[in-house]
Write a protein that binds this ligand. Structure first.
Ligand code: NAD
Length: 451
């Protein structure tokens, strides 16, 4: 198998471009690429479902040229090339292997929307080749991959923005401001959740078979362990297998926990424990369909609750974030937020024991806001940062920490013990066996470059 690390020639070029980029900090992307003023030339790696959603935001922007597409599925690449041609008039190059794209001198950046196990390698290779990167969440397949991505971004001074786009929604920003303002009183309990009922069939069971002829399946597997082709372990559904992703915890949990870290101004929890299993879904998934994770922060508990065998909504929402403070609560999701004032009560027992006494009146006002989709603004921020060289709203380091909460939830679930997390070294302090799960060995030929 051909080594995945970029060739000596392309690496040399990449290093030179990276060095030149460092020297040109502050220069517009177009100047770095030497192309026509203000144009931004991008490629996309992974043109599946999410890749095409991202193009909904990128393609309408006049200064964006989408000049290259890499996808291991020829149909996805071809269909996306047709779409670009219709929207922009040019025909982008298409390839199964993205490495040729990274060798191009006329490319400013890449959008990476591959499955989770294929985020770290192209993102690191891209910044080493002097490209800016917009990479989808969760940051990597495991903690060590995220750490390598942060190191690569910092070493090269390239932009590495992550698709945790809720940070660019104005109502999420306002909600975080309210939590941080102290208006809710002491925020001591936060809940995030995802509930739905897909029991018992879920995605069903399908026999292993031959990969379609128009797909480079070995390349789809990439760093993941070898496995016969199965439609459940492929497009879209890969997220329910630990070989490629982290189940609902990292697929959706990352969006929710990301906002919690932001609002609590925290880099991560001090400890985590979890309980769950595959209890209600009779398909081939190996990630849990039932999960309860408890995170401990100084003075605050966060729980992530997930079930796929019962869709009863919490406060009318099948997913969301609930901040509870001593003066009231803030309920938040993509549709908007609601501030709900609380009432202090004098319980019967206290009243009987100590007699009636005045109780605290809460002055918090009820407030609602409608949801604002942040996707376009998030993409705009990435493009602006390519020009200004400022750190993006969802910089890799921020999103790496949010992703870590999900990896930790999954590790605690697998290990079944309470894990103490060292924020500075990003290691588990009390459990050597759990520490081993912070990384995994890539399949030969798909190892990360040393950064
Ligand atoms: N930010 C968000 O709100 C959001 C929403 C959905 C998905 N996502 C993320 O986007 C990523 C992709 O998810 P999806 O639902 O689009 O999956 P998908 O299976 O629909 O698309 C993945 C695409 O990547 C291609 N691919 C796989 N390996 C490749 C490689 N080595 N080189 C080039 N192409 C390769 C596949 O052929 C496929 O076309 C996931 O990490 C997911 O978590 C983010």
């Amino acid at each position: 198998m051909k080594s995945e690390s970029i060739t000596r020639r392309s690496f040399g070029e990449g290093a030179m471009i990276a060095a030149a980029t460092g020297a040109l900090l502050g220069a517009p992307a177009a100047a770095r690429a030497g192309s026509a003023a203000e144009r931004v030339r991008l490629g996309i790696i992974g043109a599946g479902s999410r890749g095409n959603q991202l193009l909904d935001s990128f393609l309408p922007i006049p200064e964006v040229d989408l000049v290259a597409i890499a996808d291991v599925d020829d149909h996805h690449a071809g269909e996306t090339a047709d779409r670009v041609k219709k929207a922009k008039g040019n025909t982008p190059t298409t390839a199964r292997d993205y490495r040729a794209m990274l060798d191009r001198k006329d490319l400013d950046g890449v959008i990476i929307a591959t499955p989770d196990h294929w985020h770290a390698l192209p993102a690191i290779q891209a910044v080493l080749a002097g490209k800016d990167v917009y990479v989808e969440k969760p940051v990597g397949h495991n903690v060590a991959e995220g750490q390598a991505m942060v190191r690569a971004a910092r070493k090269t001074n390239q932009i590495m923005a992550v698709g945790t786009q809720q940070r660019s929604s104005t109502h999420f920003q306002k909600a975080v401001e309210i939590v941080q303002s102290g208006k809710l009183g002491k925020v001591f309990w936060v809940q995030t959740w995802n509930f739905e009922n897909i029991s018992p069939v879920g995605m069903g069971k399908y026999p292993d078979g031959e990969a379609p002829s128009y797909v480079d399946y070995d390349r789809w597997l990439g760093p993941a362990p070898g496995h016969a082709f199965n439609p459940n372990r492929f497009h879209l559904l890969f997220r329910w297998y630990f070989d490629y992703a982290g189940g609902m915890m990292s697929d959706w949990g990352v969006h929710l926990n990301d906002i919690v870290l932001w609002a609590l101004n925290a880099k991560g929890p001090n400890s985590v424990y979890a309980s769950g299993g595959v209890r209600t879904t009779d398909d081939d998934r190996d990630t849990p369909d039932t999960l309860q994770v408890v995170y401990e922060f100084p003075g605050c508990t966060l729980t992530y609750s997930m079930r796929k065998g019962n869709g009863l909504r919490l406060n009318g929402h099948d997913y969301g974030i609930l901040f509870c403070g001593t003066d009231g609560s803030l309920m938040l999701d993509r549709s908007g937020f609601e501030v709900i004032p609380d009432t202090v009560v004098l319980p019967y027992g206290i009243k009987r024991a100590h007699g009636d006494h005045p109780i605290r009146k809460i002055g918090l006002k009820h407030e609602t806001a409608k949801g604002v989709d942040g996707q376009d603004a998030h993409v705009r921020n990435f493009l602006d940062c390519m020009k200004s060289r400022a750190r993006p709203t969802s910089d890799i380091e921020i999103a790496h920490r949010s992703t870590n909460t999900c990896h930790l939830g999954n590790i605690a679930y697998k290990i079944g013990r309470r894990l103490e997390w060292d924020l500075a070294s990003e290691t588990i302090k009390n459990d050597p066996e759990a520490n081993l799960l912070l990384r995994r060995e890539a399949r030969a030929g798909f190892e990360l470059p040393t950064v």
